[in-house]
Design a protein around this ligand. Structure first.
Ligand code: NDP
Length: 601
């Protein structure tokens, strides 16, 4: 295809979708009770450290030590909060960057806007796109700066958080026998935090080594996130999954292994990444306030606004922003708009398909690697070594649009052909954002009257600002998509905003001597109504997509509007940020019921 022929494009895209829309494609193993694969969750990065259970009282418990948790805790510290305990199942700080240490791990959102608190820490990232290790170490440095490490409880999972009405406190019990009492409870357990293992027939019979990319087994492969995989020279490796993770770890695997089979169900659209070292003069020229300004510049582009200069100037600002904001003009008909949007999208996807042809030498492999769907059907990817890796003689692409037949003791079977591998690596991602919060947090949260969050949110989320929920006093949930917050490409900016809100709100509440706050019924109803009113049903567009977590695995109409997002988006003009900032600035705690009685000891 080259010229835009809408009928031909529709037909091709639908045919590609239909190959993949097969029953059971999204079936997963339930790792909570899986005798074969529960071990996939084990932490390979830190030896288990025995310790005695702790019973104590602190000001705040933060569940989760990733970006959101570290930032919330740092802002609480700035607000003068003394005793803060971060609790995390991981052996250290980092969240997603703790767990995801696969070779080649990087963040494809520009480092200067993704790594938070660069100005506070006086740090300038080494490259335009940072490695996972650099991000993890930076988050650790923030935790150190704000003295969050000494009280943190790692290798510890919260089992229950129960609101004690009498005491006006949360009682937190952990899987290490700890009993923590706290005034405020912050849930910062992350979005894509539950690793996902597809249910492939026979997979438990595989006799070789297998693991998920979010728990990379360096004891087996040798090497490290930025080091060659020294033990793979005589090993045949099977890589399942070609999403943002799979595409990042292929090149290091190809460099090290005897042979790599890549099992691809749906190709990603892989744009140019253009990574490069940070020039010394970049850091020298920065003025105070630069990071917020840069984040805002990126955000403005994502919101379709005019800016003097595109500071990030990458695939996100060129392609992702463009397809979200196709040209519009006065008097344009809906049909013209739709066609214009489609044509723009087609042009961008053609560029991606051409890139495959330009880079991949084997025309048969190139054909399989071409993405035939609209740009937003799958999360876009950016990389400069992924497509190139297919030119190595030791890399074979295996096309399996409708999945594998099975996995035997020897390895995957596709189209009746047995692929024998020593090692099978699952780059199969995470349970989606739409996974209910109570499942993602992995704990029972029991609010007023013994009502659990799972019970309260049975029909969908119910919040004020996506962060506070009636019946769960003194609790903050860090903002996230699909949870009555907003979607941002740069998640860090949302986490910063959420953290400023938590720190700011606690500062106001403490100053006013509030023992307990709860959301008023009216304020919560009004927010839920805003979410419902601004719900845009995009299911007619998304239904034509190849299935993925973005279109609810081919069932976009199954999305509950209550688990949607705030329609005005992140920015100004009654945007999410403006609402939160105004709420803090007014200091009047609008929408909250405040209890200023003194707390029981
Ligand atoms: P994804 O969910 O994006 O990809 C999973 C891959 O596994 C897909 O290729 C999927 O195929 C494939 N798969 C799933 N089940 C099967 C099966 N039964 N048989 C064969 N293939 C299967 O997970 P990732 O870990 O790649 O990425 C998850 C998210 O993490 C990203 O969307 C992104 O938000 C984040 N991320 C961000 C990075 C960054 O640089 N900022 C880097 C890495 C991850 P199919 O597409 O057909 O479903």
């Amino acid at each position: 295809m080259s010229a835009f022929d809408p009928d031909a494009v529709h037909a091709k895209y639908l045919a590609e979708r239909d190959k993949r829309l097969i029953p059971g494609r999204a079936d997963i193993r339930d790792l909570d009770r899986d005798e074969h694969f529960a071990r996939f969750r084990d932490d390979p990065f830190a030896p288990f450290v025995d310790r005695d259970p702790i019973t104590d009282t602190v000001d705040v418990v933060v569940a989760g030590g990733g970006i959101a948790g570290v930032l919330a805790a740092a802002h609480l510290r700035k607000a003068g909060v003394e005793r803060i305990r971060i609790v995390d199942k991981a052996g250290g700080i980092g969240g997603t960057w703790y767990w995801n240490r696969y070779p080649g791990v990087m963040c494809d959102v520009e480092s200067y806007i993704y790594l938070p608190m660069l100005e506070e820490l006086g740090y300038v990232p080494k490259h335009r796109y940072a490695s996972g290790e650099e991000i993890r170490l930076h988050l650790e440095a923030i935790a150190e700066r704000y003295d969050l490490l000494s009280d943190a409880l790692f290798q510890t999972g919260v089992m229950t958080a129960t609101w004690d009405e009498e005491a006006g406190r949360w009682r937190i019990r952990t899987d290490r026998g700890d009993e923590l009492t706290c005034h405020y409870y912050v849930l910062a357990t992350g979005i894509l935090n539950l690793l996902k293992l597809p249910a492939i027939p026979g997979m438990e019979r595989f006799a070789g080594r297998s693991f998920h990319t979010a728990r990379w087994d360096y004891a087996y492969t040798g090497g490290g996130p930025n080091e060659p995989l020294t033990n793979l020279g005589d090993k045949v490796v099977g890589l399942i999954g070609t999403g943002a993770t799979g595409i990042q770890c292929l090149a290091p695997l190809a460099e090290a292994a005897k042979h790599v089979y890549v099992f691809q169900r749906t190709p990603s659209a892989v744009g140019v990444r253009g990574n490069r070292p940070t020039k010394p003069e970049f850091g020298e020229r920065l003025q105070p306030g630069w990071q917020k300004a840069r984040m805002d510049n990126f955000q403005a582009l994502m919101l379709g606004k005019q800016v003097d200069e595109d500071l990030t100037d990458d695939g996100w600002t060129h392609h992702y922003a463009a397809v979200h904001h196709p040209p519009r003009w006065k008097g344009m008909t809906a049909e013209e708009y739709t066609q214009g949007a489609e044509e723009l999208d087609f042009g961008i996807m053609e560029d991606h398909r051409r890139r495959v042809d330009d880079v991949v030498e084997d025309p048969a492999a190139a054909e399989i690697l071409k993405p035939h769907y609209r740009y937003l059907c799958k999360r876009p990817c950016f990389h400069d070594e992924y497509l190139q890796a297919y030119n190595n003689p030791n890399v074979t692409l295996v096309d399996c649009p409708s999945g594998m037949d099975e996995v035997t003791g020897l390895g995957p079977v596709v189209g009746g052909h047995q692929y024998e591998v020593d090692c099978l690596i699952y780059g199969t991602g995470f349970e989606p954002e739409l996974t209910p919060l109570h499942r993602r947090v992995g704990q029972d949260i029991v609010g007023r009257g013994g009502i659990t969050l799972a019970q309260k949110w049975e029909e969908g989320a119910a919040t004020l600002f996506g962060m506070l929920s009636r019946g769960f006093p003194n609790m903050f949930v860090m903002p996230a998509p699909a949870q009555q917050g907003v979607v941002t490409v740069n998640y860090t900016q949302l986490a910063v905003l959420g953290a400023e809100f938590v720190g700011g709100a606690v500062g106001i509440l403490e100053e006013r001597g509030v023992q307990a706050f709860d959301v008023s019924a009216e304020a919560e109803q009004a927010w839920v109504q805003k979410i419902l009113d601004s719900f845009v049903d995009g299911s007619h567009v998304m239904a034509a997509c190849t299935p993925s977590r973005i279109n609810n695995e081919g069932n976009p109409a199954g999305v509950n509007p209550r688990n949607g997002n705030y329609g005005r988006g992140f920015g100004d003009f009654f945007g999410y940020r403006e609402l939160l900032e105004q709420w803090l600035a007014s200091g009047d705690c609008e929408g909250l019921e405040l209890d200023v009685r003194s707390a029981a000891p």
